[in-house]
Structures are given as structure tokens and as C-alpha cells.
Design a protein around this ligand. Structure first.
Ligand SMILES: NC(=O)c1ccc[n+]([C@@H]2O[C@H](COP(=O)([O-])OP(=O)(O)OC[C@H]3O[C@@H](n4cnc5c(N)ncnc54)[C@H](OP(=O)(O)O)[C@@H]3O)[C@@H](O)[C@H]2O)c1
Length: 236
């Protein structure tokens, strides 16, 4: 897809990988709908994106684990922009490493609700719009290395990410006769604040840099339909 002049919805745009993807798309002349919960951080990213060349940026405070908020947000984005071309489902949370019996019930619900169900509803509501508009469009879902491998202590995070992998694989088959292209990225450890936010601390020095991963994601988006990179694994 030729990105200049297109519009992308980016979830998880207030921090980490989503922020880097938003910045990279802004520098390519893409208009942006930035979605996350933290308004101040979203507004900071908005200012940076406008500064480096995005024609239009709007922020949407939305907890994607809440289905009604997702629906209202998608409707508002559709109203605010003159066409949407790309959905990047990047928002997510970590599940602190633990054996299943030691994982708090609320953490189980929140990891599944954000990482899996939030992504499902964002995709469902925007896919409906893409199909109604008969648009050339892209849905790119960020899964994880944990969405294709088994790592001890990650039952719930893996359940959410294997869920994203399965969801995306089936969605690809359902979209094969439409103009909507679907892709997943499975990256290994990336140097963001994801883990620190649960008080889990790793030596992240060797991890993938989020700006390098953003380059990969934007490269995928910018391929023509005839050379679609739909399932990319990135390791450090
Ligand atoms: N970092 C890694 O090593 C790694 C590896 C594999 C996969 N991933 C995946 O990559 C994605 C991005 O992670 P990251 O490393 O960039 O983490 P991050 O820096 O912590 O960013 C996570 C983003 O998700 C947003 N978010 C979290 N919960 C949300 C909710 N309920 N509603 C809306 N937005 C929400 C956060 O914004 P607010 O707090 O403002 O809502 C933030 O913008 C995640 O899906 C993660 O699972 C990361």
C-alpha cells in the first residue's frame, strides 16, 4: 500500500511499539487515530506526529477491554476521518510470570480482555466498516513469540496471544475474497516498559528496539498486495 495520504488507527499508541509505529507512519505522511487510555501521553504522541509530518492526528481515550467504549470509539473515528485504511492492533499488557495457581483472577480477566477481546472487537467493528466501504484495507495484529511458542509461567499471556494468532489466521481465510489484507507479527522481547509496568524486570539490553520493530511493521504495510508479508516473526 502506498502509505502517503492514508489513515491508520493505532491502538496502544501512547507508549512503546505503538508510539514508534505512529511516529514512523507520521513521517510517511499518514493521518492517525491514536487509541489508548492515557490522554496526556496520547497528546504528547499527537504533537510529535504532527511535528514530523502527519496531516491529521486525533486522540481517543479508550479502554479496549470495554466493548462499549471500543464501539463508540470506532464510530467516532469513522465520523472524524474522511476514510480509514489501516487498523494496527498493538495495545497489550504483560502477565507477570507465575504458575497458573498463583495468578490473580483479576489479572487473568484483564489480560484476556485487553490482549484478546479488545483486539477482536476493534477488528470486528472496523472490518464491518472496511467491507461496507469496499476499501483496500489492512488489519495488522501484534501477537508475540508467546503466541506461537510455550513459555513456562506465561499461561494467561500465552492464551491471549495464541488466541490472537488463531483469530488472525482464521480472519485471513474469511477475508481472502475481499479487499482487506490481514497480518500478524510475532516478535520476541522488545525494549519497552511493558514488563516494568507489572514490576517484572528483565535485562532488556539485548531486546529488539521498538523503533526497529516499527520499521518492520511499516515495511509490511507498504508492500503491494501481490507481495503481502502476512506472518512475520522477529527475533533478537
Ligand atoms: N515488549 C515486548 O517484549 C513484547 C514482545 C512481544 C509482544 N509484545 C506485544 O506488543 C504490544 C505492545 O507492547 P509494548 O511492549 O509496546 O508495551 P507498552 O510500551 O507497555 O505499550 C502498551 C500500550 O498498550 C496500551 N494499552 C494497555 N492496555 C490498554 C487498554 N486496556 N486499552 C487501551 N490501550 C491499552 C498502553 O496505553 P495506556 O496505558 O495509555 O492505555 C500502551 O500504549 C502488546 O500487545 C504486547 O503484548 C510486546
Amino acid at each position: 500500500m502506498n502509505l502517503k495520504g492514508k489513515t491508520a488507527v493505532v491502538t496502544g499508541a501512547s507508549d512503546g511499539i505503538g508510539r514508534q509505529v505512529a511516529l514512523k507512519l507520521a513521517s510517511e505522511g499518514v493521518s492517525l487515530a491514536l487509541v489508548a487510555r492515557n490522554k496526556d501521553r496520547l497528546n504528547q504522541v499527537k504533537a510529535e506526529c504532527l511535528e514530523i509530518g502527519s496531516p491529521k492526528v486525533e486522540v481517543y481515550v479508550c479502554d479496549i477491554s470495554k466493548r462499549d467504549e471500543v464501539k463508540q470509539t470506532v464510530n467516532k473515528i469513522i465520523t472524524d476521518f474522511d476514510g480509514i485504511d489501516i487498523l494496527l492492533n498493538i495495545a497489550g499488557v504483560w502477565q507477570k510470570l507465575n504458575k497458573l495457581q498463583d495468578i490473580d483472577d483479576d489479572e487473568i480477566d484483564s489480560v484476556i480482555d485487553i490482549n484478546l477481546k479488545g483486539l477482536v472487537y476493534m477488528s470486528k467493528y472496523l472490518l464491518q466498516y472496511f467491507k461496507e466501504e469496499d476499501k483496500d484495507a489492512i488489519i495488522l495484529n501484534v501477537s508475540s513469540r508467546s503466541g506461537i511458542t510455550a513459555q513456562e509461567g506465561q499461561t494467561i499471556y500465552s492464551a491471549s496471544k495464541w488466541g490472537v494468532t488463531g483469530f488472525t489466521e482464521v480472519l485471513k481465510t474469511e477475508c481472502k475474497d475481499t479487499k482487506v489484507r490481514v497480518a500478524t507479527v510475532h516478535q520476541g522481547g522488545t525494549n519497552t516498559e511493558l514488563f516494568n509496568k507489572t514490576n517484572e524486570h528483565f535485562d532488556q539490553n539485548k531486546f529488539i528496539k521498538p523503533e526497529d520493530l516499527a520499521d518492520v511493521i511499516v515495511y509490511m504495510l507498504s508492500r503491494p498486495a501481490q507481495i503481502w508479508l502476512h506472518d512475520v516473526r522477529v527475533e533478537y
